[in-house]
Design a protein around this ligand. Sequence first.
Ligand code: SF4
Length: 246
Amino acid sequence: MTTRSRIEWTESTWNPVVGCTKVSPGCKHCYAEVMARRLQAMGVPGYEAGFKKVKVLPHRLAEPLQRSKSTLYFVNSMSDLFHKDVPDAFIDQVFQTMSAAHWHTFQVLTKRAERLAAFTAGREIPANIWLGVSVENRRHGVPRIAQLKKVPAVTRFLSVEPLLEDVGELDLEGIQWVIVGGESGHGARPMHPAWVDSIQRQCEAQRVAFFFKQWGAFGADGVRRSKKANGRDLRGRVYDEMPAHA
Ligand code: SF4
């Protein structure tokens, strides 16, 4: 089953893999972990072994092929496709589905950028598959950009979320899209407006589509409110640019 998503930059989620383990500070309040705990408590199939047990779900492989309406899919909102416990042969099958379902657009996002680069080396990636990495800070996130640039995709993107510090000057050559967002939920870490401004200005200067997803738990004024109350407005403007898709 694919699921209609409330994530602002996609339409649906498709989870042929569930479960993951944490790799960097951006994982600290992992939404998928919280959700998996709930689903496990509800007895939902696929989540019996808990979040830390990575599970491939071959019966979900064909799901996008069964939907005829062109859809923007976020692949593996409940996992990381390039986790070491997902076999190459299974990742291959996920890519085969995405290639065959050419009327959809697939957004694959990972924190395992080295494996993404190694897996895609020498392959042809169809234009309907967008490949991206998470960039939450300088130490763990920024080095992933160099790995992403090696990837032979038409559309490469950065998910700068949760933005945890000023990530400095970014060379965005070869990057088509940047999403920025703050953290929400229990224990959320604040995001400083100057960090967001810096990335937005760099995107504008380097002609990269910029999408501001949300402030999260802390507004532009640093006050804690609901995510909804803090909104998506950056200096009086909503930024929801994204690359063209079917
Ligand atoms: S890589 Fe993604 S899914 Fe995996 S633990 Fe980190 S935030 Fe969660």
